[in-house]
Write a protein that binds this ligand. Structure first.
Ligand SMILES: C[S@@+](CC[C@H](N)C(=O)[O-])C[C@H]1O[C@@H](n2cnc3c(N)ncnc32)[C@H](O)[C@@H]1O
Length: 165
C-alpha cells in the first residue's frame, strides 16, 4: 500500500484482548498518563481510561479516526480523562508520559526513537507491538497467540543507561 511521507504506518487496529495485554504489560496505574502515538480509532486510550483509571492522549493524523475516537468518548462518558489530538506524532510533547504505546513499524520506531530519548522522563514505559526499538534493550517480551496469528509485545523502561550503543 502506498502511504504519504508523513505516514509511519497504515491503520491496523490492535485486537481488544491484545490492547488489555499492552496495558497490563506496562502496569499502567490509576492517574498515570498514557500516550498512544498513532491512536487509530482510540481503543488503547479509551481502555486505559475506562478500565485502568489512566489519563489518555491519542495522537492521530487521520481526521476520520479522530472523529470516531471522539464519538466513542461521548458514548463511554469518560470526557474528563482522555483527549484525541489531530496531529502528526512528531508534534506531540511526551514529557508528561508515564506510558507510550506504539504500533508502527521498525523503521518508524527508529524515526521516533530520538524524540522519545529527548522527551521521556526516566522510568517511562514504552510498549511496541510486533516491531522492536532496535537500539534499546527490552525489559520484557511477550507473545500472544490466537489461531495462526502471534502478536509480540516489547516493553521498555526508559533509562538512558540501558540504551544499546
Ligand atoms: C497500526 S495503526 C495502530 C492504531 C492503534 N494505535 C492501535 O494499536 O489500535 C497506526 C496508526 O498510526 C497512524 N499514523 C501513522 N503515521 C502517523 C503520523 N505521522 N502521525 C499521526 N498518526 C500517524 C495511522 O493513521 C494509524 O491509525
Amino acid at each position: 500500500m502506498r502511504q504519504n511521507s508523513n505516514s509511519l504506518a497504515p491503520f491496523i487496529p490492535t485486537p481488544y484482548y491484545v490492547v488489555r495485554k499492552k496495558l497490563e504489560l506496562a502496569q499502567i496505574k490509576d492517574g498515570e498518563i498514557l500516550f498512544d502515538l498513532g491512536s487509530g480509532d482510540g481503543r488503547i486510550v479509551l481502555m486505559a481510561a475506562k478500565e485502568f483509571g489512566a489519563k489518555g492522549v491519542g495522537i492521530e493524523h487521520k481526521l476520520s479516526l479522530i472523529e470516531e475516537s471522539r464519538d466513542k468518548i461521548l458514548e463511554l462518558g469518560i470526557t474528563k480523562s482522555v483527549i484525541f489530538i489531530h496531529d502528526n506524532i512528531f508534534k506531540a510533547n511526551l514529557e508528561s508520559a508515564d506510558v507510550v504505546t506504539l504500533y508502527l513499524t521498525t523503521r518508524s520506531n527508529e524515526r521516533i526513537r530520538v524524540k522519545l530519548e529527548n522527551e521521556l522522563k526516566k522510568g517511562a514505559r514504552v510498549v511496541t507491538h510486533n516491531f522492536p526499538m532496535i537500539r534499546w534493550n527490552p525489559n520484557n517480551i511477550i507473545k500472544i497467540k490466537e489461531g495462526n496469528q502471534t502478536h509480540t509485545l516489547y516493553l521498555y523502561k526508559w533509562n538512558p543507561e540501558t540504551k544499546k550503543i
